[in-house]
Design a protein around this ligand. Structure first.
Ligand code: ZN
Length: 185
């Protein structure tokens, strides 16, 4: 089932997600609905906060991005990033590589807004799957960027927090308007 996507201005986007201790039918259904919602919105990732749930749950699918490469290791073994999608990750913990680069980013909660964001080129994520298994994912390229973006969401951090000061100034009035439109009445 497609879920409505929460937009900037809704305070849930600033709420840190609660750890998921038990994977029950509700969590599994939420994850399935998030994948459907992400695909229908042509997104490469979605966090639970973006569908109104402050939980440590995110889904990612970079397989549709033809022009941006990703590499992925799953529990130490090299795998094809594209055929390993979609990912459904619970309680992810991120370790950033030291090198960074600048690339354009957007967010389904900020329709129409993109900006250059500086992020680590590679990351390691430790998380649990819906089946309860512990996984370690080493990623670079677009997948690394998507993981950083989504783990930020789970901690109430948004991509506008990662923009340069100059970019934020340039977008200020649009962001203010969006925040006002989507604030609780
Ligand atoms: Zn986002």
């Amino acid at each position: 089932m497609k879920l409505p996507i929460v937009r900037y201005g809704d305070p849930i986007l600033r709420t840190k997600g609660k750890r998921i201790v038990t994977v029950d039918a509700r969590v599994r259904e939420l994850a399935a609905n998030m994948i459907e919602t992400m695909h229908l919105a042509n997104g490469i990732g979605l966090a639970a906060q973006q569908v109104g749930e402050a939980l440590q749950l995110t889904v990612i699918d970079v397989s549709g991005a033809e022009d941006q490469e990703s590499t992925m290791k799953l529990n130490g073994a090299e795998v094809d990033a594209k055929t390993s999608m979609p990912l459904q990750l619970l309680n992810p913990e991120l370790t950033l590589g030291r090198e960074t680069d600048l690339a354009i980013g957007g967010c389904l909660s900020f329709p129409g807004i993109t900006a250059d964001i500086r992020r680590a080129i590679s990351v390691v994520v430790r998380a649990q799957t819906l089946e309860g298994a512990a996984v370690e994912i080493e990623a670079s390229g677009l997948l690394a960027r998507a993981l950083q973006h989504e783990v930020d969401h789970l901690n109430g951090i948004l991509f506008i927090d990662r923009m340069s000061a100059a970019t934020k100034v340039a977008l200020r009035s649009r962001l203010k308007r969006m925040q006002k439109e989507n604030a609780p009445h």
